[in-house]
Design a protein around this ligand. Structure first.
Ligand code: COA
Length: 335
């Protein structure tokens, strides 16, 4: 298990956010027609009511680009002015090149360095930390970070243990060196536990288990999960990550106005909120509408909280994520 601390340097801020959700809605009642499940089971066990599914031919880079354009517009900068593009995804358009390269082309951001980060549901906060470090040290002046997923392409639609949980979507943020210090990232924390790779993975399709007719038939290129184990790890790791980032920022939980957790399961969110000692109205939740969109989840929630006015000026916002790897991450931002 390895953990990491934030670098110091010049202040870095979030100068714009954006998100995109595909139009097609798949409700719990729709899923009742696909697998043996019920709206009641899904709602009580997860809190999810519906999720979005990408259109035919719509790929991760398309969704990433749409969220990015909204974030760029809010930040008031053009794609052509970007220095760095990081896409966090576990559902890339292609194994190579990186999805970020397609996004670079679609945005006309030809001066930017572009690459992907694979850290599952923690990916957006991993990207935030990398961008933060690159800008804080002076290596780059700005960065576009994106969490984007087309999980519907990697779901076994006959497996009720997983197919009810996930959805497609994207969220983005523009980060910049910030002389005035507004919307500043105060601290963050990342962690990884490679001892637990088997708890949540896509076993086939990589070099360890290349695509063959046989493993396609065995559905090895779809998401597999030991739900109950993942649940326990998620609660512990997200709580610890939250407490460490808050401490690094020199704050206590009483200083936090809004918590934006990874949107996987309402019961996980409630367990963490209880352990941290925050009330329900301090926690931003949208998973009932989108399900778990992995790397996109915190990014979408951050954008919705920003645009809906749930985040007020000078608020301290705590972001927390957890995912396959296992990975976890947190960040504190002063808005
Ligand atoms: N509909 C109906 N029944 C279902 C079902 C579904 N969609 N999925 C599973 N079940 C059944 C199981 O087969 C099991 O039946 P059994 O007791 O006869 O074997 C029963 O429901 C209970 O399963 P269990 O795994 O104990 O349920 P749970 O309360 O742990 O909830 C999850 C399952 C997946 C919702 C929960 O474990 C979870 O959310 N885990 C974390 C998932 C997650 O966040 N992953 C991503 C992290 S980034």
């Amino acid at each position: 298990m390895s953990e990491q601390a934030i670098v110091t340097g010049r202040p870095v801020s979030i100068s714009g956010t954006g998100s995109y959700l595909p139009e097609k809605v798949l409700t719990n009642h729709d899923l009742e027609k696909l697998v043996e499940t019920s709206d009641d089971w899904i709602t009580t066990r997860t809190g999810i009511k519906e999720r979005r599914i990408a259109a035919e031919g719509e790929c991760t880079s398309d969704m990433a680009t749409k969220a990015a354009l909204r974030a760029l517009e809010q930040a008031g900068i053009e794609g052509a002015d970007l220095n760095l593009i990081i896409v966090a995804t576990i559902t890339p358009d292609t194994l190579t090149p990186a999805t970020a390269c397609y996004v670079q082309r679609k945005l006309g951001a030809m001066k930017a360095v572009a690459f992907d980060v694979s850290a599952a549901c923690s990916g957006f906060l991993y990207a935030m930390e990398i961008a933060h470090s690159c800008i804080a040290t002076g290596a780059f002046d700005n960065a576009l970070i994106i969490g984007a997923e087309k999980l519907s392409a990697f779901i076994n639609w006959q497996d009720r243990n997983t197919c009810v949980l996930f959805g497609d979507g994207s969220g983005a943020a523009v980060m910049r060196a910030s002389p005035n210090g507004h919307r500043r990232v105060l601290a963050s924390h990342l962690g990884t536990d490679g001892e637990q790779t088997e708890l949540l993975n896509i076993p086939g399709g990589g070099a360890a288990c290349p695509i063959t007719l046989d493993n396609v038939e065995r559905r090895l290129a779809t998401l597999a999960m030991q739900g109950r184990e993942v649940f326990k790890h998620a609660v512990t790791a997200m709580r610890q990550a939250a407490e460490l980032a808050i401490a690094k920022a020199g704050l206590t939980i009483a200083d936090i106005n809004l918590v934006i957790p990874h949107q996987a399961n309402l019961r996980i969110i409630q367990a963490i909120s209880e352990r941290l000692g925050v009330t329900e109205d301090q926690v931003f939740v949208n998973l009932h509408r989108y399900g778990n969109t992995s790397a996109a989840a915190v990014a979408i929630a951050l954008d919705e909280a920003n645009r809906s006015g749930a985040i007020k000026e000078n608020d301290r916002v705590l972001l927390i994520a957890f995912g396959a790897g296992l990975t976890w991450a947190s960040a504190v931002i002063e808005w």
